[in-house]
Design a protein around this ligand. Structure first.
Ligand code: TRP
Ligand code: SF4
Length: 400
């Protein structure tokens, strides 16, 4: 139950481009080999800002999943699903809303920031205010403890941690907690009980985080504890009461920002993107017509790579030798800009080739994608229902 599980979501608001590939998807592909991973299409999150253009979301859902698979996300390794097809996310959202102070939501920086940035939209809605809590529900419903996100999402993860502590604080208290925890320790067997107590003391008396981690992994290995006892023993380590929900941690990707065709960060809103599955002719044309150092008007004018977006691409795609060649021959006017762009064109096309290949069968037969998602939704729902049982229980909703 408390083993490493990775969860992340993406809003289907446009076609994915190479910025998504270098910033997010490459990382997902690596993670799927290291951890149990769940990746989902955050269509409800997209509706919080695009409620008046649902057709945009509809268009992008399936294409986005094909882009994931094209990038190398493997449905045999990771569970892929659509948020709205696992409706218990909404049930957890409504239950958590009962204990969520309005002020906590109003203070999340993205609330005001996005309202200002997207000022043409009316984002003074209940749904948009609740965005971070919906995100918390996505994470907590799978007891995911690792959440790969961009730096901009850090406040949402912090918010989730606070909600988790509040939930456990309110609902983790039970009559006779200490006695129940003590009797759960005995069920570990004499050797493990002793180890658990020792580690707990070391953590509580000396604040030894290593001891806490060791005690948690000791509990992870126990197959025959009941769910309730396990939660008690986790909670007892840190004091308090039962840990019904577990606090997630953000995993930040340290990928360098992918430059766009104009040298700014690649982004749909700057209109400077190369799509993940863009057709090779169009890619070639875009790179050939990309701006270069504006001071380099004639072929005989020396250039300065630091003032040139093409150089940014060489930093992403070229080895040291190629980079030296660019530096020298640009500054000495030894090459023309088209010559300098050629290796970039080749590198981008080479990167995209396997993506086109992987995508082809899904493009030709849409039922494949539908089946992958149906399968993922079913798996996700099963995991989510386990948590919901505990949450309903804790909140007094398991009527018999
Ligand atoms: N808010 C995230 C973003 O805009 C998307 C998202 C929704 C998400 N729910 C999530 C990411 C849960 C990680 C975990 O990028
Ligand atoms: Fe940019 Fe290369 Fe032209 Fe120099 S030679 S200005 S780096 S495109």
């Amino acid at each position: 139950m408390f083993t490493d599980r990775v969860l992340s979501g993406m809003r289907p608001t446009g076609r994915l481009h190479l910025g998504h590939y270098h910033g997010v998807l490459k990382n997902w592909v690596e993670l799927q080999h290291q951890f149990e991973c769940l990746f989902f299409v955050a269509d409800w999150h997209a509706l919080t800002t695009h409620y008046d253009t649902p057709e945009i979301i509809e268009q992008n859902v399936w294409d986005m999943v094909i882009d994931w698979l094209a990038a190398g996300v493997d449905p045999a390794q990771a569970t892929l699903f659509i948020q709205s097809r696992v409706p218990v996310h909404a049930e957890l959202h409504v239950l958590l809303s009962m204990i969520t102070p309005l002020g906590w939501l109003e203070r999340v920086p993205s609330y005001k920031d996005q309202q200002e940035k997207l000022s043409e939209k009316d984002l003074s809605t209940y749904g948009f205010l609740g965005y971070p809590l919906l995100q918390s529900s996505d994470i907590l419903i799978y007891r995911a403890n690792r959440v790969p996100v961009g730096e901009d999402q850090a406040p949402h993860i912090e918010f989730t941690r606070e909600i988790t502590r509040r939930f456990n604080h309110i609902y983790g208290k039970e009559a006779g907690f200490k006695e129940k925890a003590e009797s759960a320790i005995k069920k570990l067997g004499s050797k493990k009980s002793r180890a658990y107590r020792e580690l707990r003391n070391r953590y509580q008396e000396q604040g030894d985080d290593g001891a806490l981690a060791a005690a948690k992994s000791l509990l992870d290995e126990q197959q025959n504890l009941s769910m309730g006892d396990r939660e008690r023993l986790f909670g007892y380590l840190e004091g308090g009461g039962k840990m019904i929900l577990s606090e997630p941690e953000a995993m930040f990707t340290h990928a360098a920002k992918m430059p766009g065709l104009d040298g700014q960060k690649m982004s749909k809103s700057y209109n400077n993107t190369i799509d993940l599955r863009e057709d090779p002719d169009s890619v070639t044309k875009k790179i050939r017509t990309m701006p270069t150092d504006p001071a380099r008007v004639r072929r005989s004018d020396p250039g300065d790579p630091t003032k040139c977006p093409v150089w940014q691409f060489h930093l992403v795609y070229s080895n040291d030798k190629m980079q030296d060649w660019v530096q020298q021959s640009c500054k000495s006017a030894g090459i023309g800009c088209l010559e300098c762009k050629q290796p970039i064109i080749e590198a981008v096309l080479a990167e995209q080739k396997p993506m086109h290949e992987r995508a082809r069968m899904y493009e030709e037969d849409p039922t494949l994608i539908r089946n992958i998602i149906a399968d993922g939704c079913e798996k996700a729902d099963k995991l989510a229902q386990e948590t919901m049982r505990d949450v309903r229980d804790a909140m007094g909703l398991n009527y018999s």
